[in-house]
Design a binder for this molecule. Structure first.
Ligand code: PMP
Length: 315
């Protein structure tokens, strides 16, 4: 789907996956005008395909587009395009229990622009790929290292939206962490260098005495759809959830730590290393994260009744 700056998107069309043509001076290539989303489709035993809260991705893309001076598809256009793309690629949705189809909507400044300005034209596209687990550990605990020099977002910046540049900003710390054997990096706020933000591609939760805490949304972390869903699931299970400033010291005596995201779902954290000191949380899910993982994934895979009305069925 294409749209001029200041205009609106019209109905798109399905195309075979392949390279796309861009001007060397496309806004996305020169000034980083790009946003993406990520969601998954699961296949049920009866063949029905389930999407999880696609309108939330649409809304997040619209907020991001506003921040990045880009027009965006309406919620309806976004959801319809996701449905059409998944249906056209139905055969790539893995069988139940064997993974999911990852859906990647992308919005970019595709028009040519030389001086710094919003691009004159935009492209919205969606591609898909079957996926298994995100971390090589699967649902085994991941090992994080706290980054205390590099930051992924600054107050007033673009950390709260899913713009492509945020991911370029994490590559250096993430690659260094992976080279040392860690699964990923945990970022701190750049003002106090003390409060937890998030991991390169997921949100973080800390459990202490059955109270679940997660960093509050304040512009520098991505408002994860899994994060929001887990908070609702936890509360509906009678658990207390606090969205607050979580200090790095809170990690020292936590009972459980886990991450959430579309790709990682709910992943238990086995250890966190901070300034050379390693804090360990166990070799599997804790009781709280296991419960939340089970409730959420059963709902996403259509194995339990969807009382929240979060899934969208495709046939
Ligand atoms: N934080 C970042 C930086 C991410 O890239 C993601 C993945 N989209 C998340 C958190 C989790 O968001 P969601 O649950 O919507 O996938």
């Amino acid at each position: 789907m294409k749209c001029a700056q200041g205009g609106s998107f019209s109905k798109g069309e399905l195309q075979r996956f392949g390279n796309i043509e861009l001007s060397p001076s496309a806004g996305v290539l020169n000034y980083g005008q790009g946003l993406f989303e990520g969601l998954k489709a699961y296949r049920k035993e009866d063949g029905t395909i389930l999407l999880f809260r696609p309108e939330e991705n649409a809304l997040r893309m619209r907020l991001g587009a506003e921040r990045m001076c880009m027009p965006s598809p309406t919620v309806e256009q976004f959801v319809e395009a996701v449905k059409a793309t998944v249906l056209a690629n139905k055969r790539w949705v893995p069988p139940p229990g064997k993974g999911s189809l990852y859906i990647r909507p992308l919005l970019m400044g595709s028009g040519a622009v030389l001086g710094l300005a919003p691009a004159p034209e935009y492209t919205f596209l969606i591609y898909v790929s079957p996926v298994g687990n995100y971390f090589k550990e699967g649902v085994a605990p991941i090992n994080l290292i706290v980054e205390h020099e590099l930051h992924r977002a600054t107050p007033g910046g673009t950390g709260g939206v899913k713009t492509i540049g945020n991911y370029a900003a994490v590559l250096k710390a993430q690659s260094a962490a992976k080279a040392k054997g860690y699964s990923d990096v945990l970022y701190l706020d750049c003002v106090h260098k003390r409060y937890l933000e998030e991991v390169s591609s997921c949100n973080i939760f800390v459990v202490k005495d059955n109270v679940i805490s997660t960093p509050a949304i304040k512009g520098t972390i991505l408002p994860g759809i899994t994060r929001k869903s887990i908070i609702d699931v936890a509360r509906s299970e009678g658990l207390q959830v606090e969205e607050r400033q979580v200090a790095v010291e809170d990690l020292l005596d936590a009972d459980e730590v886990f991450c959430t995201g579309t790709a990682v779902v709910v992943s238990p954290v086995g250890s966190i290393t901070y300034l050379g000191k390693r804090v360990c949380y166990g070799d599997g899910f804790g009781a709280v994260s296991e419960k939340l993982y089970s409730v959420l994934t059963r709902l996403q895979m259509g194995l339990s009744e969807d009382k929240m009305d979060w899934t969208v069925e495709l046939r």
